[in-house]
Design a protein around this ligand. Structure first.
Ligand SMILES: [Zn+2]
Length: 417
């Protein structure tokens, strides 16, 4: 399960017919029978309450009941198994009529949630995807660099980049005989040459890192080594890549050891650093509110965010984890509204309006399906004073040029160390 972004985009486009889509999130780190029973009980109770909302003859109810039964069976089956560390959280999206049955397991856990709605509930999954963005760990050396790509807590790929080798190692050692002064000159020359070679090696490695960075959406960069070595390497990177450096850390001793230990060390390092880079969404909130107040590419508050979502202009949605609000959606043109009471028919096409129980999930799905990103942040007083939601906007340029969007603000230029 590495391409979480693609899975999210695909799920975000799903709409139910008469039969709603079931979303389940479960913390499956059960240690004892009591916790297992609590999980089974949670599912049973929620499933009963969901079905209770449907009238006896409602279309889609029998199929929904079967989907929930299948979900219950999955939970029973999981509680019978022993706990595995790489299975801490379960996300399930299911709908019989859509032929949808997608259980996903993660090394990270979720807050228990079971619901049936017209759209899959993706906020928790989107949050995981955003917080666990891939990391590129670079260990520069005089000869080039070692690169590691870490995704969802696993080392996905590693590569070694070496610069061009000096024409002749002998040349370096050939400074034997000669007068002291000439020897000194030759040494100085050799030093300059070595510096030139290692600069070439750094440039080759930097080019490789840049290519990898451009292929890896939302990647963070971690540089490993001495302050001098990492600084020299960073100078060879273009600005956009430099801006994604989240930390420079000293080299852990396990790096020189065999494959398994080395990978474990890299994994631990990436995890520690990227957790440290999470700041409870403060940077996102600061940046989006600042952007909005400056009259730049940002909006705050449900009305303006909904408007931007309707226009497909949201580049990144920033929403509080406990943002709760109803809304409406036009059955005809799909327009979202943030205020149920104020409208009876769609203000754009006069179509029928349907209540949206969970506006947060509607905004998340619409943002993801339009290729935007979602940051779910803890409640903060700053965002809360704008009623818990804000968005970075794309440039409204009709050309749709890429690169017109503001940089994702969670990649600070500042180093952690
Ligand atoms: Zn409409």
């Amino acid at each position: 399960m590495t391409d979480l972004a693609a899975t999210l985009a695909e799920l975000a486009r799903l709409r139910s017919g008469s039969e709603p889509i079931v979303s389940l999130y479960l913390d499956i780190r059960w240690n004892d029978e009591q916790q297992r029973e609590r999980a089974r009980g949670f599912f049973r109770e929620r499933a009963r309450s969901i079905l209770g909302h449907y009238a006896a003859g409602a279309p889609g109810k029998p199929a929904l009941a079967r989907t929930l039964e299948r979900g219950q069976a999955l939970v029973e089956q999981l509680t019978a198994q022993t706990f595995e560390a790489d299975r801490a959280g379960l996300a399930l999206f299911a709908c019989e009529g859509r032929g949808l049955w997608r259980p996903l397991f993660f090394a990270r856990t979720f807050v228990d949630e079971l619901c049936a709605d017209g759209i899959p509930h993706l906020a928790q999954l989107a949050r995981l995807a955003d917080e666990e963005r891939p990391a590129i760990v670079v260990v520069p050396s005089l000869e080039g660099a070692d690169l590691f790509e870490v995704r969802l807590g696993e080392v996905d790929a590693e590569a070694s980049v070496r610069g061009p080798v000096p024409r002749s190692e002998a040349e370096k050692l050939n400074a034997g005989a000669g007068q002291p002064r000439r020897e000194y000159e030759r040494e100085a020359k050799n030093e300059r040459r070595e510096e030139a070679w290692s600069r070439k090696a750094r440039q080759a490695a930097a080019a490789e890192v840049t290519a990898l960075f451009d292929r890896t959406e939302g990647a963070r960069l971690v540089l490993v080594g001495t302050a001098q070595m990492t600084a020299a390497f960073a100078r060879e990177l273009p600005d956009r890549v430099q801006a994604a450096i989240v930390a420079r850390v000293p080299r852990p001793p396990e790096l020189g050891s065999s494959n398994g230990f080395r990978r474990a060390a890299i994994r631990a390092l990436a995890q520690e650093v990227c957790r440290g880079a999470l700041d409870g969404g403060e940077r996102d909130v600061e940046a989006v509110v600042g952007e909005a107040l400056r009259g730049g590419l940002g909006v705050v508050g449900p009305e303006d965010v909904v408007l931007a979502v309707n226009e497909g202009r949201v580049y990144a949605l920033v929403v509080e984890e406990d943002f709760e609000r109803h809304g409406y959606q036009c059955d005809n043109c799909g327009t979202l509204g943030s205020n149920v009471e104020s409208a009876e028919i769609c203000p754009f096409c006069a179509g029928d309006l349907r209540a949206v129980q969970n506006l947060r999930e509607a905004l998340v799905a619409r943002t993801l399906s339009a290729g935007g990103r979602v940051a779910v942040v803890p409640r903060s007083s700053k965002l809360h004073s704008y009623r818990g939601v804000a968005a970075f906007l794309r440039q409204s340029a009709p050309t749709g040029l890429r690169g017109a969007s503001p940089p994702w603000p969670t990649a600070p230029g500042a180093s952690q160390s």
